[in-house]
Ligand binder design. Structure first.
Ligand SMILES: N[C@@H](CCC(=O)N[C@@H](CS)C(=O)NCC(=O)O)C(=O)O
Length: 230
């Protein structure tokens, strides 16, 4: 299997955390130059990462990949043991995906103060605040997002909370975790988990490389190589 993934991509980080936690170590990681050239859609029509390449074809969409991995390795499934737990894992994962990550992602073009449209930033930041309010009420109060062990809820939440802490302030909006009690306590604890720490480290590296220009240089070199092969 091959995973099209990027260090800073939170949806990719979610799948990588699941792979690490399930102990699936035979998946090759790749990020083709076509992604940076806006041409990933010739490989995967949705044109976004992550994409899992398997024998039969491609599996896009992080949540679909997460389900696929659980289906492939039922003895290591990270969905939980009872219908109730599974419903809560799916719920937390959905809150993190739909109400946190998606809105933060759409707000990213508003980071640039010179071109920022305040009304767009405010609309999306308001949706993040609302999603965080829901998460505060649904999240577990132990070491994990749901129940007493690491689940797919944690795999989605960890990258989503990284975005809340590190990206939302770039919009001149306060980190929404600061207004919470249970989410803040969870965030403190989960960063000590080895699989969470590994993806957070990767995302941190991705952010640093974006900010210091290393990523741009790598992309330019990959695109130049790709063009030379055409
Ligand atoms: N719903 C998708 C979202 C994936 C997504 O938006 N990925 C971003 C990177 S984190 C991407 O590929 N963006 C490229 C683009 O929007 O063209 C999922 O869960 O996988």
């Amino acid at each position: 299997m091959k995973l099209i993934t990027g260090n800073l991509s939170p949806y990719s980080a979610k799948v990588r955390m699941q792979l690490y936690a399930m102990g699936i170590d035979d998946v090759e990681f790749d990020l083709p130059a076509s992604f940076f050239m806006g041409k990933l859609s010739t490989y995967s029509p949705i044109g976004r990462i992550p994409v899992l390449e398997v024998e039969e074809g491609i599996v896009p969409e992080s949540e679909v990949i997460a389900e696929y991995l659980d289906d492939c390795y039922p003895d290591r499934s990270m969905l939980g043991e009872s219908p109730w737990i599974r419903s809560q894992v799916r719920l937390i994962s959905r809150i993190a995906d739909v109400y946190l990550m998606n809105n933060i992602f759409m707000a990213l073009p508003q980071v640039n103060r010179k071109t920022r449209v305040d009304a767009v930033r405010d609309l999306l930041a308001g949706q993040v605040t609302r999603g965080m309010g829901a998460l505060e009420q649904h999240i577990g109060q132990g070491d994990y997002a749901v129940g007493g062990k690491l689940t797919r809820a944690d795999c989605t939440l960890v990258p989503a909370l990284f975005l809340c802490e590190r990206t939302v302030p770039m919009l001149d909006v306060e980190n929404p975790i600061l207004a919470t009690t249970h989410v803040a306590a969870y965030w403190d604890k989960i960063q000590g988990n080895e699989f969470a720490a590994k993806v957070l480290d990767e995302m941190d590296r991705g952010l640093r490389e974006r900010q210091d220009g290393t990523e741009r240089k790598r992309i330019e070199a990959a695109i130049a190589k790709q063009k030379a092969q055409l």
